[in-house]
Write a protein that binds this ligand. Structure first.
Ligand SMILES: [Zn+2]
Length: 80
């Protein structure tokens, strides 16, 4: 058995979001990916989180609130 490098569910699960956001160091990323390769529930969580993150990014990119830029610019001008 070659499971000595497995970081375990609790450890992997807690870092999945950070991994998807790109906040993990390379060694940590490898730990979580390795765990997900042998653990179905964590692999599913990784899949869900990455899908959701991708959808949120896409939605934000496609549908910026109307007038948002003007509002930000105006608030900056009125608060020097
Ligand atoms: Zn797991």
């Amino acid at each position: 058995m070659d499971t000595n490098r497995d970081c375990g569910c609790a450890s992997a699960f807690g870092r999945i979001e950070a991994l998807v956001d790109g906040h993990l160091r390379t060694t940590e990323t490898v730990d979580v990916i390795d765990h997900c390769a042998s653990c179905e529930s964590c692999a599913q969580e990784l899949d869900i989180v990455s899908t959701l993150t991708e959808r949120v990014k896409t939605a934000c990119f496609e549908a910026p609130p109307a007038g948002m830029c003007d509002e930000i610019l105006n608030s900056l001008k009125s608060n020097p």
